[in-house]
Design a protein around this ligand. Sequence first.
Ligand code: ADP
Ligand code: MG
Length: 263
Amino acid sequence: MSSEPVVEMRGVDVVRGRAHLLQGVHWRVEADQRWVVLGPNGAGKTTLLQLAAAHMHPTRGEVHLLGETLGAVDVFELRPRIGLTSTALAQRIEPGERTGDVVLSAGYAVVGRWRERYDVHDLTRAAVLMEQWGVGQYAHRPFGTLSEGERKRVQIARALMPDPELLLLDEPGAGLDLGGREDLVGRLADLARYHYAPAQVLVTHHVEEIPPGYTHALLLREGRVVTAGPVGRVLVPEALSETFGLRLDVERRDGRYTAHRAA
Ligand SMILES: Nc1ncnc2c1ncn2[C@@H]1O[C@H](COP(=O)(O)OP(=O)(O)O)[C@@H](O)[C@H]1O
Ligand SMILES: [Mg+2]
């Protein structure tokens, strides 16, 4: 495996008008790492993922993705190498579209191309991914008829379809009931442990959603990195309290985290 990082940000600012969405961000993600990005609403988590997805450029600083540099690369060549799921992207899926087509068309949708026919390799890969994410039986159902949890899993299968080198998940647990969340966390934990899986970055504001096997954490508050590094060192009461602006206790049990207001 090459030692080149999957993501490297140096001194990154994102400024919109007078608002600093991100400020002075340094961050390095290696191919075998699985990162969770935690922070309250408005901290800049989605902005950070937009940069890592080559959907946005920094106002200042450098962003290197998969050996390329934002600003010096055709982003349409880069984007198929990066899988992204987010509520905003999900809302663009036509509810009447066949679920199988939602997954199958992924590799071509990101580059803005459309093909009438898919080859056997594409069809097989889509079927395998849908089985892996527990949505194989819905291939012929319209996407809009699936439950929230099923739609989340379809989106991840779709993001994995082009065999990306980096997988970015923006709040995949949002809107799920407890059963749906636990199912998702279990599947993400399986993916995290899989040696050939892409590097992963998961954004959430709930420590309960961190899948076992995630190796690193970055805490974000008001556009700044509070701390970043190995998950066990970062997810401590002091750092979490600073990030969320209230005194928190954090516990770890069987690889899962819980947090609550300190007594
Ligand atoms: N185009 C923009 N102009 C000004 N402010 C923005 C713009 N886009 C996002 N913001 C603000 O930037 C902050 C960070 O947003 P975001 O990255 O979506 O945070 P998060 O995903 O952590 O909730 C929020 O306060 C948001 O309102
Ligand atoms: Mg967000």
